[in-house]
Design a protein around this ligand. Structure first.
Ligand code: TAP
Length: 503
């Protein structure tokens, strides 16, 4: 182990796995920490595993070791077309099922996911680099919760939209990112199916394994062929999917840049669109807040999932009177964050997801230091292999710094100050994003005053990064539009016919 050594190796290593070999994690040699990974994965189209027409596959690696986990199919235009056609064929029958029958499938999927929770948690940790305690306690249970929750709506759509007749849209193309691969798949698939739509899902190139394993769960649950199709590939596959004329709706989560491209690609086609994009959330700490609790909230807000979180609290706005004390407390807390093997149950922060993401984090940190902000990094021993970055905080940051404006998508906190609530709100809103925000104060009236004025889709009070399937999630401005979760999330997957009430 070399201190803060972030050397990387060529990630295009040859696959080393044979079929059915048990993958063991070298740094955490517990015999129970294993999952079986096939050396090659095909596309899931029309309920069956299908080879890509091109015959091309690419490697997906463990970012903590840079070892190849498996090879995954590269779907081309013809594969995308076959997947959309399978979903089109399945749509009339799926739509015609009673809500109660659709709910039965969703409940079954949720139960099987929980039965296989350990396997999914380990697989997600291997393919993504996030700590096992997060995949075990957050990603997998929340993914199951989304299926349970939406199963509950499948036979109550009339109650959800009273006075109107909700109908499914058709085939939905869904493109998801790498930061919460299984959870994002569940967020997208569960409401779509509950409403009677069929799906073609494209997972991120660098973290496709849990979405593919979810297909096994769908098969186990007896989901009819073609209702969900999963096609793997890079950005070209996503591009071919969102441009396919057979789609009724596109749902995308990822970068603002790609979101804008997708918006152009679907413009004028009568395709419904929801975009959940980037963020640069302000985490506002007032002098009257319970500071020790706020420190925990700020740490959770930025270092959870290595900061690879669209709603991460990456801008800390702390009231000037408590700035020095709060920063000192944060530094002490950061020194106790355990960075290391993602499969170790004690690890707080795992590996950075990819070499490219590590390069972006380094670039933005270098820009912060060059711009005159002071960088504080927790001293920790980082493994020699894999992609790693220590918990990092910048003080002396101004709004003109790139680290205060751009989404780093890594474990990097930018600290700014404010004097009055008005200034806090003004600085919080001084961003092109509008996904989330956090407020720490002892005064209820101040929470309401700030929350009303903050232009963010989600505002957490005296907590941060809490998620629930019943709670709508989504942004304003360059963070996108449309909501996922809750009644609002279901609204994005139906068209409303008749009735006098607005949708
Ligand atoms: P994106 O490029 O936005 O990737 C998200 C998904 O879109 C992936 O499945 C991607 O495929 C696919 N995609 C890429 N180009 C596409 C296109 N032209 N049309 C349709 N689909 C396309 O994100 P990224 O490259 O993984 O990360 C880049 C930056 O985006 C990060 O540094 C971070 O700041 C931000 N990001 C934000 C979020 C959220 S949740 N807001 C999530 C991830 C990343 P590939 O995987 O093959 O590229």
């Amino acid at each position: 182990m070399a201190k803060n050594d972030q050397k990387t190796q060529d990630s295009a290593a040859k696959p080393e796995l044979e079929f059915g070999r048990v993958w063991r994690y070298e740094q955490a040699p517990e015999a129970t920490d294993h999952v079986t990974i096939a050396p090659r994965h095909e596309l899931f189209v029309d309920g069956a595993w299908t080879k890509p027409k091109s015959g091309e596959h690419f490697a997906t690696i463990d970012p903590a070791t840079e070892k190849t986990l498996s090879e995954v199919a590269q779907a081309g235009d013809k594969d995308v077309d076959a997947a959309v056609k399978a979903a089109q064929r399945a749509f009339p029958k799926w739509k015609a099922l009673s809500g109660e029958d659709r709910a039965r499938y969703l409940f079954r999927i949720a139960r099987i996911l929980l039965e296989r929770a350990r396997e999914f948690a380990v697989l997600e940790t291997l393919d993504n680099g996030k700590p096992i305690k997060e995949t075990r306690d957050v990603d997998v249970p929340l993914a199951a919760q989304h299926f349970f929750y939406h199963a509950g709506w499948a036979d109550k759509l009339d109650l959800l939209f009273p006075g109107q007749t909700p109908a499914p849209l058709g085939v939905v193309g869904q493109v998801i990112p790498w930061n919460f691969p299984l959870l994002m798949a569940a967020w997208k698939i569960a409401p779509a199916l509950a409403a009677g739509n069929t799906v073609v899902l494209k997972p991120a190139e660098t973290s496709p394994l849990t979405a593919l394993r979810l297909c096994e769960v769908l098969q186990q649950a007896g989901l009819p062929p073609g209702v969900v199709n999963v096609i793997t590939g890079d950005g070209r596959t996503g591009q071919a999917l969102v441009r396919h004329p057979g789609l009724a709706k596109v749902a995308f989560t990822g970068s603002t840049e790609v979101g804008k491209e997708i918006q152009k690609a679907v413009a004028g086609r009568g395709v419904e669109l929801t975009l959940e994009l980037g963020g640069k959330a302000a985490h506002v700490v007032f002098e009257d807040a319970a500071l020790d609790q706020a420190v925990e909230g700020v740490v959770r807000g930025i270092f959870f999932n290595q900061g690879h979180v669209c709603c991460a609290g990456s801008r800390l706005l702390v009231q000037e009177s408590v700035h020095d004390l709060f920063v000192e407390k944060l530094q002490r807390r950061m020194a106790r964050i355990r960075v290391g093997s993602p499969l170790d149950k004690n690890t707080d922060m795992g590996a950075i997801h990819s070499k490219a993401q590590l390069a972006r984090i380094r670039e933005l940190c270098a820009a912060g230091a060059e711009g005159g902000a002071s960088m504080h990094q927790a001293a920790c021993d980082l493994p020699g292999k894999g992609f790693w970055f220590p918990p990092t905080m910048f003080t002396g940051v101004s709004m003109s710094h790139r680290i205060a404006r751009e989404e780093v998508f890594g474990p990097v906190l930018a600290v700014l100050t404010f004097r009055t609530p008005e200034e806090a709100v003004e600085k919080a809103n001084n961003t092109s994003y509008g996904l989330s925000a956090g407020i720490w104060t002892d005064k209820g009236a101040r929470i309401l005053w700030c929350a009303e004025r903050m232009k963010a889709g989600v505002v957490w009070n005296n907590t941060f990064n809490r998620f629930d399937a019943a709670s709508p999630f989504g942004g304003f401005k360059e963070s996108g539009f449309g909501r996922e979760g809750g009644r609002q999330g279901m609204r994005a997957y139906v068209k409303l016919e008749g009735g006098l009430l607005p949708g």
